[in-house]
Write a protein that binds this ligand. Structure first.
Ligand code: COA
Length: 176
């Protein structure tokens, strides 16, 4: 008997690794991002961390620096993590990478409106790719890369909200 569509996708899941894209600016990666990535690894076989080149943001760290900072969080040989860059539509990138999902972290209610819009637009553009929201760990609810950069710029101690090597990179950037 011919398989139904859902049976087919279930049998595909038995063989093909499940891949999810985690897109963002990562300027720089924070403990909040690391927390989301680690939890996403429990759901998917592989996470592609996609640094989205966003013309509306002026990043502090270059693309190469951001790639290095991310890779140093997980070890360069971690075969379940890939760090890449993308500049087009994230859903097209997801299809290209054979990903079934886009992972986004939700920090507070204030994130919800924007994330909901983004997820709906992405679904309209490409129905094959689901958006999966993970609730950010309680400790990271109030952090963002901008707030951390601002604190670091003024000599504040950002240990505990970013990995140690990111803290060192911020100190070097701001000469603090
Ligand atoms: N913990 C802590 N901080 C977090 C976080 C978490 N779990 N998740 C997000 N943040 C922070 C980030 O640090 C960032 O802070 P900043 O603004 O101070 O730098 C902020 O939340 C925004 O998060 P980020 O995930 O980097 O999103 P973004 O708005 O920079 O990028 C894209 C969003 C890249 C996913 C989106 O613009 C995109 O998909 N672009 C490609 C084009 C496209 O396909 N558009 C959609 C269809 S029209």
């Amino acid at each position: 008997m011919a398989k139904t569509q859902s049976e087919k996708s279930l049998s595909n899941r038995d063989t093909a690794p499940t891949i999810a894209i985690y897109p963002g600016t990562f300027d720089p990666i924070t403990n909040g991002h690391v927390d989301i990535i680690k939890r996403a690894l429990r759901l998917f076989d592989k996470i592609v961390i996609a640094i989205a080149v966003n013309s509306q943001k002026t990043p502090l760290f270059s693309i190469e620096e951001r790639i290095d900072l991310i890779q140093n969080c997980f070890g360069p040989n971690n075969h379940r993590i890939e760090v890449d860059t993308t500049s087009g539509l994230i859903v097209n990138y997801a299809v290209q990478k054979k990903a079934c999902a886009i992972v986004r972290g939700l920090r507070a209610v204030s994130d919800f409106d924007y994330e909901f819009q983004l997820a709906l637009m992405n679904r309209k553009l490409e129905r094959k790719v689901e958006t999966v929201f993970l609730m950010t760990g309680f400790r990271w609810i109030y952090i963002s890369s901008s707030i951390i950069k601002d604190a670091a710029k003024h000599g504040g101690d950002v240990g505990g909200v970013v990995p140690a090597h990111v803290q060192a990179a911020l100190k070097l950037k701001f000469n603090t």
